[in-house]
Design a binder for this molecule. Structure first.
Ligand code: SF4
Length: 475
């Protein structure tokens, strides 16, 4: 080996070592240092969210240890025949070499160029403050205008914002919470858990099925958006729903599995075409960059473009859905409004006890006519003692938000991987979403004019029969 080749190998080796150590040195992932015998995680070939590329795997076993020790999933007993995976995709952040999401960006690219198809994409809140990292912008840089511009540039017909559906989720979930507080029963028990994270729902199904009745019946925002794209949006714009290809752009790998579940075809059922799915494809934030690269998009040069005027506007409350604690804060703002028929006081716009990155936070929140005990938890690794204290009655709450990924969706398994430590990374993304809320003219889901319009024109009122049929799921 020449001196030049030796120096080159040393530089590459040091780079790889640095990249490989990043998550081990970071505070969250750093707790997991052990390798486990037995090689890679046994990711099944029919896993709808993630893939193990055997040819790239070194069988080091670190992913197995990470899933067991940091995520609290691998190695736990599950019902017979069930896969243990919750589909959260955190292992794709930990092992970028051999484990990836199951790719769908090429299919979406084909749909964009197919004749007769109308491609409608919806962006989740958390990707706008992370996609820039794929283009070397600082974490937390808000690139939502460029995302819309780039999608239009490659031929996507309509670009919508999931903050709209997040506002709708708030309206339905806050109404459901108030109903459960009135009629607490075995069928509709308290505490009520949020239901927008599919990996959390799967965690409950696999490990804590006794909590299934406690899950809110409200669909996740991206599923709601898909249902409404093929019903309300299609009706308003005169598009044949059969021609629509509905694409969700998310920080999440679990949603790839969620869209395939039974019952996620409410629009199809309404149109008498049960085979029609509400959402056709889910792309992660990373896949969005691959899709743009496939089309030679110079992302940083893209001009900002606006979202669609229909289902394209959300409130600040909808924006903070991407942060752990955001769904809770957004729902409490609207619950106060529904209970008191007036806007909540200033503290509801910065509920500090439930903000931050501690794994469990709780608060007693005065809603005027009553006080609610609420809690927020994130990351499945630390959930078990918390859930068991609730099961045994040691901890008592009315309403609990749970997100499977550490930090909530801003730390989702489909987000870009960077060399920055995970806590700093999440703080920057989180702060960017809170800043976006502060800068919003409308900070209450209730006040979003597009939400008022959809209830006036289509759904009638929260928890109406039509809303239940399209926006709720009964497990
Ligand atoms: Fe998906 Fe968000 Fe849940 Fe992570 S926290 S699994 S990104 S919904």
């Amino acid at each position: 080996m020449t001196r030049r080749e030796f120096i080159k190998k040393m530089i590459i080796g040091a780079g790889l070592l640095f990249c490989g150590c990043e998550h081990l040195l970071g505070d969250d992932h750093g707790r997991e240092r052990g390798r486990e015998r037995g090689g890679a995680l046994p990711i099944r070939s029919d896993n709808p969210s993630i893939r193990l590329h055997h040819n790239r795997c070194r069988n080091c076993g670190r992913c197995r240890g990470f899933c067991r020790n940091t995520m609290g999933v691998f190695g736990q007993a599950v019902p017979a025949g069930e896969d243990t995976c919750t589909y959260c995709g955190q292992c794709t952040l930990f092992c970028t070499r051999a484990i990836t999401e199951r790719y769908h960006y090429r299919e979406v690219n084909q749909a964009i160029s197919a004749a007769g198809k109308i491609v409608i994409a919806t962006t989740a809140p958390a990707i706008r403050v992370a996609l820039g990292e794929m283009y070397r912008l600082s974490p937390g840089t808000n690139v939502e205008g460029k995302i819309v511009g780039a999608l239009k540039h490659i031929g996507v017909d309509h670009v919508l914002d999931a903050t709209f559906a997040a506002d709708l989720t708030v309206m339905e979930e806050a109404s459901e919470l108030l109903e459960r507080l009135e009629n607490n029963s075995a069928k509709n028990p308290l505490p009520m858990f949020t239901s927008c994270c599919p990996a959390w729902i799967r965690f409950v199904k696999l490990f804590y099925p006794s909590f299934l009745p406690n899950l809110s019946t409200v669909k996740s925002p991206l599923l709601m958006q898909g249902t409404l794209v093929k019903t309300y949006f299609a009706q308003k714009t005169g598009i044949d729903p059969a021609k629509i290809v509905c694409v969700a752009l998310t920080p999440c790998t679990a949603k790839k599995a969620e869209i395939l579940l039974p019952g996620k075809n409410a629009a199809g059922v309404m149109h008498g075409k049960a085979e029609m799915r509400d959402v056709d494809f889910v792309l992660t934030c990373r896949e969005l960059a691959y899709l743009l690269n496939l089309n030679n998009v110079n992302f940083l040069q893209m001009q900002d473009a606006p979202y669609s005027s229909l289902m394209g506007t959300g409130s600040g409350a909808g924006m903070i859905f991407g942060n752990t604690g955001g769904v809770m804060e957004a729902s409490l703002r609207t619950a106060y409004r529904l209970l008191n028929n007036k806007n909540p006081p200033a503290k509801f716009f910065n509920l500090t006890p439930i903000r931050g990155l501690n794994s469990v936070r709780s608060a007693s929140v005065d809603l005027g006519v009553r006080t609610l005990n609420v809690a927020v938890a994130h990351g499945t690794g630390g959930l078990r003692p918390f859930l068991e204290s609730i099961q045994s009655g040691v901890l008592k709450y009315d309403f609990i938000e749970v997100m499977a990924c550490s930090g909530g969706c801003i730390g989702g398994g489909g987000q870009p991987v960077t060399l920055m430590g995970p806590t700093r990374l999440k703080q920057l993304r989180k702060n960017a979403l809170y800043q976006r809320d502060i800068g919003s003219e409308i900070r209450l889901s209730y006040d979003n004019p597009q939400i008022k319009a959809i209830y006036n024109d289509f759904l009638s009122e929260p928890l109406s029969n039509k809303a239940k049929e399209l926006l709720h799921i009964y497990r």
